[in-house]
Design a protein around this ligand. Structure first.
Ligand SMILES: [Zn+2]
Length: 325
């Protein structure tokens, strides 16, 4: 089958389309024909070998966010089902898995980082990592759930976000930011989006500011900020007393200066989050179906166009960048 392969010296300039052996499903695994794959910061970091985890194997097939068609049947998934992939390997037996936090599995890791990913024609994965896409939800919308959607949903859950609260979302036109905006609105929050893109208003933001134009006196109960760096440090001035700020990315830098006096005198909470649970992904799938959530898709690219897709992503994309396989 065809697959995108990256190896030394890495980077999208060195990504190539190669013929690799077809995956052979083991006991308990399902063969999936990949139809769509999302492009997220994790994938770009994999292509550039800049993840904090290290890649296995090398040369490596990137691609963490996958939707496709089952080509074999198991107990729950039947041949022909449209499916999305929970992007974490997990053993189901460690203390984290048993408590429902599969994403922290001590013997697991991220699909497409710890193992080859899905920028290819077929994958073989354990049935437990697959969820069937319900009728009425398009596969090109569902493909954004496993990374972009789940990360936002989990971060909001970790902050205890609830109806009536003010939610400030940085990077609101990005994959996770857009989901945080949509989900915040659905659960009854007042969503303030930080983005230069006016169309974010169509997804539930009641106000919109560029990151250098947020009113000084604006305070939010919950802040979602995966940008890191100076923008993260600045956002701490917008947390309301007793408020919470969630981080799951460091695009602009991992080291941030924090005033601890402000943290304790106002009882602020800084929460690190990563991925999400299988159960949260199932709930998000139902929510998307129930609320007929459609995402803006800027453009789709072929497997051979990964470089162009990354250029579009890091440029001024107007929605999701997908690979169509
Ligand atoms: Zn485990």
């Amino acid at each position: 089958m065809k697959a995108v392969l990256v190896s030394k010296p890495y980077g999208e300039d060195n990504a190539s389309i190669s013929d690799v052996p077809d995956p052979v499903p083991h006991e308990g695994e399902i063969l999936v024909k990949v139809r769509y794959a999302g492009l997220n910061p994790i994938d770009i970091n994999v292509v550039r070998n800049k993840t904090v985890y290290g890649l296995k194997p090398d040369p490596h097939i990137p691609g963490a966010e996958i939707a496709g068609i089952a080509q074999s049947s198991g107990n729950r998934i039947k041949e022909g089902d449209q499916v999305i992939l929970y992007p974490r390997w997990f053993d189901g037996t460690c203390k984290y898995c048993i408590s429902g936090r599969e994403y922290l599995c001590i013997n697991g890791g991220i699909f497409g980082v710890l193992t080859n990913g899905g920028y290819c024609e077929r994958i073989a994965v354990p049935e437990k990592m697959l969820l069937k896409i319900p009728d009425g939800l398009k596969i090109e919308d569902a493909v954004s759930i496993p990374v972009g959607g789940l990360t936002a949903q989990h971060a909001l859950n970790m902050t205890g976000a609830q109806s009536g609260q003010k939610l400030l979302v940085y990077g609101a036109s990005g994959n996770t930011g857009l989901f945080a905006t949509i989900i915040g609105k659905i659960i009854g929050m007042e969503v303030i989006a930080v983005s230069s893109k006016e169309w974010v208003r169509n997804y539930g933001a009641s106000s919109l500011y560029p990151h250098d134009g947020i009113p000084n006196d604006l305070k939010a109960d919950v802040i979602i900020n995966s940008l890191g760096g100076d923008i993260f440090a600045e956002s701490l001035s917008h947390v309301a007393p007793g408020g919470k700020i969630a981080t799951f990315g460091v695009l602009n830098g991992a080291n941030v200066q924090i005033n601890l006096a402000k943290m304790y005198t106002q009882e602020l909470q800084l929460i690190g989050t990563t991925g999400g649970t299988l159960s949260e992904m199932r709930n998000l799938l139902s929510m998307m179906q129930k609320h007929s959530i459609k995402l803006p898709i800027d453009r789709t690219y072929g497997l051979h166009q990964l470089k162009e897709a990354i250029q579009a992503y890091t440029g001024r994309s107007q929605g999701r960048i997908l690979l169509k396989i």
